[in-house]
Design a protein around this ligand. Structure first.
Ligand code: MN
Length: 290
């Protein structure tokens, strides 16, 4: 019997918005290369602050932003200014260093609901140049009682055009009333995070605020829903490198994180400038030295 472990997400706050953080958590740091899963909202936003996430730095990861409702404006130190809406993907690669903000788009007032996910970059690319991609539409795959939109990676031959540094899948699964079989790769470990409705699998119910870890070795998963349901499917080959995370940095060693922290704190050109009206975010040092 493959693994099944359903865990509670932690309530947290990002900028002005309440989030439910499904990863990382004690005992489960990664699912494939996925190392951070925030279910954002649903929350009401208004005006130019929007999500209200002021400029902050990243290293060694990709951020995946995907909305089911609302609008947000991404700005970064590469000079990008990109509005994102439901059905679209923002993928930012931090590599050696990037800074960004997530703000309101054109005075959007209303509900904001989505996810922000981080993918740990492998050593082959994690010290490389930063980059940003926006994809206005993504490939969809029909399922028995629903469909899957492939955000990143490959779901049984349906391949996202987004950059992908390791073998993985990230998909939005939309379910109608009924039972749906989703093909999986046996060499991937997988997890499911519910956004709306409820997913039944292997006798368990996964609703918003929970993550179901499915382990490795499954060639499919049977999902059932009795109401319109949205969930995020994440998977990948178990990440072979030790991931050390502190604040917005993903690295391998404390010294790398301290170096990035110092570079941000003194505002040197490693992270560049974000053209934002919000003041940059500063935090105290990591709880270790050297
Ligand atoms: Mn960020």
């Amino acid at each position: 019997m493959p693994d099944l472990e359903v865990t509670d997400s932690r309530k947290s706050q990002v900028g002005d918005i309440a989030v439910r953080r499904a990863l990382p958590r004690r005992g489960r740091r990664t699912v494939g290369p996925w190392c951070f899963v925030d279910h954002v909202g649903p929350a009401q936003v208004s005006g130019p602050r929007g999500m209200g996430v002021a400029p902050h730095p990243h290293i060694g990861l990709q951020t995946v932003t995907w909305l089911v409702e609302g609008e947000a404006l991404h700005r970064d130190s590469l000079g990008t200014e990109q509005v994102i809406r439901p059905g679209q993907l923002n993928l930012m690669t931090a590599g050696h260093g990037v800074a960004h903000s997530e703000e309101g788009a054109g005075g959007y007032h209303g509900t904001l609901h989505g996810v922000q996910l981080w993918i740990a970059q492998p050593s082959a690319t994690r010290d490389g140049p930063p980059a940003f991609e926006h994809h206005g539409s993504l490939p969809c795959r029909d399922l028995d009682a629903g469909e899957a939109t492939v955000l990143v990676g490959d779901l049984d031959g349906t391949v996202s055009p987004a950059r992908c540094d390791t073998e993985l899948v990230g998909a939005d699964v939309s379910l109608r009333n009924g039972t749906t079989t989703v093909p999986l790769r046996r060499d991937f470990e997988h997890a499911i995070v519910a956004l709306t409705g409820a997913v039944r699998l292997d006798g368990a119910v996964v609703d918003p605020g929970h993550l179901a870890y499915l382990g490795i070795g499954r060639s499919e998963i049977v999902l059932a829903a009795s109401e319109p349901t949205r969930a995020i499917l994440l998977g990948g080959v178990p990440f072979q490198e030790t991931v050390l995370m502190w604040w917005n940095f993903v690295a391998r060693a404390r010294a790398e994180i301290l170096e990035a922290y110092r570079a941000w704190t003194v505002a040197d050109d490693r992270f560049g400038q974000v053209d934002s009206t919000l003041p940059r975010i500063d935090v105290g040092p990591p709880p270790w030295r050297g």
